[in-house]
Write a protein that binds this ligand. Structure first.
Ligand SMILES: [Mg+2]
Length: 390
């Protein structure tokens, strides 16, 4: 193709999708935990970028709060060369400087989908492929509030054994969010006792411990069980350099921080402050695939590893092109739920408990762009709002 694809229209669509048997905790700001009979909703946002070359980029993000930022960014994108992601990323940082800049991510991923379709190649190949098989850890749903699922330290131990048997290389605890410190510590020990030495083990309290003492106590349990990493323990929201540096000094378990600081500069500052061991990034939160690759390469410069946040097609393409990364986060998974996600793919793509192969890996989609097909026909009936920018 000789002509560049120029952006002529952006369509943003919000959906409200039902999730059965899943509970939602308003005081925690998110699910996902098992609650038989309950109905909750997820509100993804689809981004479609149309170009004058007839190529359309398509991406669905699970972070609908970026809608406003994308609307601010939208008019700047019209008439631009869709292949000039670096130009768009850098200008978007200024345009969204009074926001958290999370609006850049879904736009950038959609532009990468256009690039892949334009060059007829999967994104990971354009990035420079490193691998095709991604070793997974099972990332659990949050602890249940009712009986019968992940309701006790023993239940987490049982589930860890099940995941080991399925072939998983790692297991990450997401606990109850309503802190019972005793139970938190018991869960770390129970999982360690059952599968320690056989899988990499992690725990992610999701920023709910109120005190340094609590964070330290659970960290010391992780030390005893030889955990692979300890993630986001504190109520500071995972951002304080000083706190995490102090915690690191007192624990032997590596910390994983960075999910809640955004873009390459803030991640580099966190590492320079010695506030983390593993780095964390997400294409939706951190400037898209462009932003994640910058963070991965910055971490590479420090001799450190970048672990991607949650699973999805964009994460798979990134990880397939990153050397310094250990695991793909498969989740959130639960022993009683076949899936904790609404399946809006019509190409067979899934991130479910049983999506791994016998080696505990998933693969990267091989089609052009993201290499997935969204089922917009199915999604139609769940549409809440549609916004056109042109
Ligand atoms: Mg996390």
């Amino acid at each position: 193709m000789n002509n560049v694809p120029v952006i002529k229209k952006i369509k943003l669509t919000r959906f409200r999708l039902p999730l059965n048997d899943i509970g939602y905790d308003v005081s925690f700001g998110q699910g996902v935990f098992y609650e038989p009979g309950s109905l909750t909703y997820t509100s993804p946002l689809s981004i479609q970028i149309f170009t004058d070359e007839g190529i359309t980029g398509e991406y669905i993000t699970g972070t609908p709060s970026v809608l406003e930022q994308i609307q601010i960014l939208g008019p700047f994108l019209i008439g631009k060369n869709a292949l000039e992601r670096e130009y768009i990323y850098n200008n978007a940082k200024s345009i969204l400087r009074k926001h958290d800049r999370m609006g850049i991510g879904p736009i950038d991923v959609t532009l990468w989908d256009i690039a892949g379709k334009y060059f007829n190649a999967p994104i990971y190949q354009l990035l420079g492929g490193y691998r095709k098989k991604l070793p997974c850890y099972a990332s659990t749903a949050h602890g249940d509030r009712t009986k019968g699922g992940l309701d006790s330290p023993e239940a987490y131990g049982d589930f860890a054994e099940q995941c080991l048997e399925l072939g998983y290389k790692g297991f990450k605890i997401h606990s109850w969010a309503q802190v019972d410190l005793n139970k938190e510590i018991k869960t770390v020990h129970e999982v360690g006792r059952r599968v320690g030495g056989k899988m990499a083990l992690m725990t992610d309290p999701c920023c709910v411990y109120d005190t340094f003492a609590d964070a330290l106590a659970v960290g010391r349990a992780c030390d005893e069980e030889n955990f692979f990493w300890y993630e986001d323990p504190m109520r500071d929201g995972g951002v304080s350099h000083y706190f995490h540096r102090q915690l690191r000094k007192m624990l032997k378990t590596p910390l994983l921080q960075g999910e809640h600081v955004h873009l390459v500069e803030a991640h580099s500052d966190m590492a320079a402050a010695e506030a983390t061991d593993f780095w964390r990034a997400d294409p939706d939160y951190d400037g898209g695939i462009t932003g994640v690759m910058k963070i991965a390469h910055a971490a590479e410069g420090y001799g450190m590893d970048l672990e991607l946040h949650v699973g999805g097609p964009a994460q798979r393409h990134c990880m397939a092109a990153i050397r310094n990364s250990n695991f793909y986060e498969l989740g959130l998974v639960h022993p009683k739920l076949e899936s904790t996600r609404f399946n809006y793919f019509k190409c067979g793509y899934q991130d479910n408990l049983t999506s791994i192969d016998k080696d505990g890996c998933v693969t990267v989609p091989e089609g052009p762009g993201l290499g997935v097909e969204y089922d917009f026909e199915l999604l139609k009936k769940y549409k809440v709002e549609e916004i056109i920018i042109k």
